[in-house]
Structures are given as C-alpha cells and as structure tokens.
Design a protein. Structure first.
Length: 288
C-alpha cells in the first residue's frame, strides 16, 4: 500500500509532516524516530505490519519536512507535546507506540502519563541515563560537533556517512542520505534537519529541562518491550535489566550483532520481534 503524507500542527505552532501506511480502519501504531532520524526510517516495519496495522510516523520538529523551531526548543518535553498534538488531531483513542533513542525517551514519558491510550509500548535502544551518561551519548555529541554543515558533492556525503556508520548496510546508508540531505542551488548538499539548533540543545543543554526517566519507567502500565542492540553503546545491558526489576510489566530482549540502530543493523530480527509482541495475545504481552 502506498504511503499517505500530510501536515499537522504540532505544539508551538510548528507544522509536522506525517506519513501513514495501511488502512485508516486498521489498528493504529505511532512511531517516533531518533535525534537525526526521519519518519520514513520506519517504512520497512510499516510495510511488514500490513494489513493489520495503520502506521503513523512523522518527522519530528527540526527534521525532514517538518518546521524548524526558531527558538531551538529541542527537548523531551517539546517532543512529548508534539506527540500529544498529533494524537489529539488524529483522534486516536487507543494505539500502540514505538520509539527509537530520542523518540524512545519521549515514548516512555508519554506512555507513563497516558496508560489508557497506549495499548503496548516498544522501545528501541533507549533507557534512563542513556541520553546523558552513556558512551553512545558522548559519541552522538561528538558527531554533532564535528559533522560538516555541507558537502561539495553527493559522493562526499556518502563517504562521510560510510565512515560514520561503517556497520550499516549500503542500502540503509543510502536511505539515510536520501532522507537526511537536501541539494542547494549551488549544487552542494546540506542537512535536511536543524543541525545547529539540535546540536546546541545537546551540547549545551538547559539543566532544568533534563528528564529523570526512572519515575516515568516505574509509572508505565502498558505492556512494554525494550529491544537492546547487543553492540549498543547507548543503552547499557545492566540498565536494560534494571527496567524489568523496577517495573515487571516491562520485558527486554537483546539483539545480537546490532548496535544502537537495530532497525538498520538487524532489520529482519527487529521486524520479527516487534510484530510478535504487537500481535501476541494480551496475557502473553503482559508479564505483570
């Protein structure tokens, strides 16, 4: 089934580009991408979930075809408010929710506050402390700081992405380039996201806007699956294990030969895990 694309109003008056796959009558699932991600990163999963699910993904503020925030409000609270706005405008009463990395942190917070709306929650490689204290968060900050603002040619951009993501397949890297870059009038290429604004929020964060995720984790009442990449430098294995101790409704699984970007590194396994969890009978999905 072909995708449908349209704009909705997020919080702070920002327009968000939304993409849907599947019948509007099917069970809805909302998917939230990571810090440098884009809505179409979930296209293979959305196709695999047909015809049983209506997948809804959007370019988060400052990314893709969504508006950039002139005030550079790129914090978890802002992403959660955008999600609330999308859910309200689409009239979603009950739905599944999936988030990767930054999107996963927003998904934890939203699910904790909305147990009656979120049927099941899937988190891809995100957890308490990961965005601030992990070696992966340090890597991301370094990448944001050192990434060039533009490239003289497509080949130069492709070589940069190859060095940045050496373990990702060539097809996945190409998909990233096609969705993360835009060509300028002079023939050079630049990022299709607010690189400077997002980098500022990550490199010089407002301490008052940092989120302590543990209280939200403990408050979740929706059956939850956390997927951790076996080679992840972002979500530590002991943190993933602690999630289940602190909240028995959470289960986790480690995906071998995958890093932080499980849906790029081990797509087939990722799809299998997510599909099985979303379609399992209620008691099988709910450990608690």
């Amino acid at each position: 089934m072909e995708e449908r694309s349209y704009k909705l109003q997020g919080s702070d008056g920002l327009a968000l580009r939304v993409i849907e796959w599947g019948s509007p009558a099917a069970a809805p699932i909302v998917m939230l991408h990571g810090i440098r991600g884009y809505a179409r990163t979930f296209a293979p999963l959305a196709q695999a979930l047909l015809p049983h699910f209506r997948t809804i993904a959007y370019d988060q503020r400052g990314r893709g075809e969504s508006d950039w925030d002139p005030l550079r409000r790129y914090y978890n609270q802002d992403y959660v408010r955008d999600l609330e706005a999308v859910v309200q405008q689409l009239g979603l009463k009950r739905f599944d929710l999936l988030g990767h990395s930054m999107g996963g942190i927003a998904a934890y917070v939203y699910a904790a506050a909305n147990p009656d709306r979120v049927r099941r929650l899937v988190i891809e490689d995100a957890g308490p402390g990961a965005s601030a204290d992990s070696s992966g968060s340090a890597r991301i900050r370094q990448e944001l700081q050192s990434a060039p603002s533009s490239f003289e040619s497509w080949d130069a951009a492709a070589e940069f992405m190859r060095r940045l993501r050496p373990t990702v397949s060539e097809a996945a890297r190409l998909d990233r380039l096609q969705n993360m870059l835009k060509r300028r009038a002079d023939g050079t290429w630049t990022w299709q996201y607010d690189h400077a604004g997002i980098a500022e929020a990550r490199l010089n964060p407002d301490p008052s806007r940092q989120v302590d995720l543990w209280p939200h984790v403990e408050a979740i009442r929706s059956p939850t699956l956390v997927l951790r990449g076996g080679r992840s430098d972002y979500l530590a294995r002991d943190v993933a294990g602690s999630l289940c101790v602190r909240n028995h409704i959470i289960q986790w699984r480690e995906i071998a030969d995958a890093g932080h970007y499980i849906h790029d590194d081990q797509l087939d396994v990722f799809i299998s895990c997510v599909s099985a969890f979303l379609t399992a009978p209620e008691k099988a999905a709910d450990k608690g």
